[in-house]
Design a protein around this ligand. Structure first.
Ligand SMILES: NC(=O)C1=CN([C@@H]2O[C@H](COP(=O)(O)OP(=O)(O)OC[C@H]3O[C@@H](n4cnc5c(N)ncnc54)[C@H](OP(=O)(O)O)[C@@H]3O)[C@@H](O)[C@H]2O)C=CC1
Ligand SMILES: O=C(CO)COP(=O)(O)O
Length: 333
């Protein structure tokens, strides 16, 4: 039995623990609050993040990172992306030396413009072939209900990706492998920004022509940024690109789309933050993605417009109109 440590017990950490348990692994789950540990261990339910979903005994929770990490073959990281560096700096000394480090996070660090795998590499000193990324159309609640879904396990070390694939493949979750870590991470981070834009369109009452236009232009924008940095264009056509973009932009379960919808209905960013504890990673990573695009000379009109609405510099309606009215290069359709 493979021992897997999951940091932390939010929506995706808990749902992915179920995937891991279903695939026959022994899972220890870190939560930062005692009440979450108590709910998981005693009531077998994460009432805060996945109410109504029964958790099997092979998932044990603790607030003690050392206890969670002890003897782990695989360490899965799923805290909000802007908090990864601070948390991982504290955890790095207690992580088993040979463990595979897996990022489930979809964001780019503010300031450094690093992808999550790059933050992991810098903080832990692990070599790139020990670090993997899992990304795809995986809305936590649907995964927890065991609705069939697929995803991508990416690692520059193909053998490690295949090993992870073998130990995570379960009855309702199918992982594919890739060596394109960069493409998967940019796909995962950028779809959150596009999800915000689509949410705004929905909040404004616009229909499917508008959302399809934003999704398609969003995919082009994502692919431009990823390939300019060396990603394989096919990655963006796959589960970690188009797949995740479609899931996020279509689903009321998406926190990014919901955040955008509220902006479209006229709420401010501050009002939305005050109304929920869950993260909308796109609102946090938009500036990093814009700076990344700028650094490689790539045009990012949707990210620019989303950033302006999130910051309150533009209304959602003006954003939609500016996106449509804007001159685009004819070859970029
Ligand atoms: N939910 C989903 O469907 C999917 C999410 N992801 C990605 O997974 C990552 C985590 O998202 P998700 O699980 O949904 O987020 P949630 O908001 O559901 O959970 C966040 C978790 O992180 C903890 N947390 C929050 N802030 C901090 C902090 N500063 N330091 C340490 N722990 C913290 C929370 O603890 P507490 O409860 O104590 O606040 C909670 O356990 C994101 O990058 C997201 O993009 C990827 C695929 C699917
Ligand atoms: O990444 C996700 C689905 O793959 C979850 O999207 P949200 O963070 O928008 O809820």
């Amino acid at each position: 039995m493979t021992k897997i440590a999951v940091f932390s017990a939010g929506s995706w950490g808990t749902a992915f623990s179920l995937v891991l348990a279903d695939a026959g692994n022994d899972v220890s789950l870190w939560a930062r609050r005692d009440e979450v540990v108590e709910a998981v261990n005693e009531r077998r339910e994460n009432t805060d993040y996945l109410p109504g979903i029964e958790l099997p005994p092979s998932i044990r929770a603790s607030t003690d990172p050392e206890e969670v990490a002890a003897d782990a073959d695989v360490v899965v990281l799923t805290v909000p992306s802007q908090s990864l560096r601070e948390n991982l700096t504290a955890w790095a000394p207690i992580l088993p030396e040979k463990a595979t480090l897996v990022s489930l996070m979809k964001g780019v660090e503010l300031g450094t413009l690093m992808r999550m795998s790059e933050v992991i590499q810098e903080v832990t000193d692990a070599s790139a072939n020990r670090i993997a990324v899992i990304s795809g159309p995986n809305l936590a609640r649907e995964i927890a209900r065991r609705e069939p879904a697929a995803s991508v396990v990416a690692c520059v070390d193909e053998e490690r990706a295949k090993h992870l694939q073998a130990i995570t493949h379960g009855p309702s979750w199918r992982p594919y492998t890739s060596v394109d870590v960069l493409g998967c991470e940019i796909g995962g981070a950028y779809k959150n920004v596009v999800g915000l834009a689509v949410g705004m369109a929905v909040g404004l009452g616009f229909g499917d022509n508008t959302t399809a236009s934003v999704i398609t232009r969003g995919l082009a924008e994502t692919a431009r940024l990823a390939t300019a940095q060396g990603a394989n264009p096919l990655t963006l056509m796959g589960l970690a690109g188009l797949g995740d973009l479609v899931a996020t932009c279509s689903s009321p379960l998406s926190r990014n789309r919901t955040f955008g919808e509220r902006l479209g209905q006229g709420m401010t960013t501050e009002e939305i933050y005050a109304s929920t504890r869950q993260v909308a990673e796109g609102a946090k990573s938009c500036k990093s993605l814009l700076a990344l695009a700028d650094s490689v000379g790539v045009d990012a009109p949707i990210a620019q417009a989303v950033d302006a609405v999130v910051d309150g510099r533009m209304t959602a309606l003006d954003m939609m109109n500016s996106f449509i009215a804007r001159d685009t290069k004819p070859e970029l359709h």
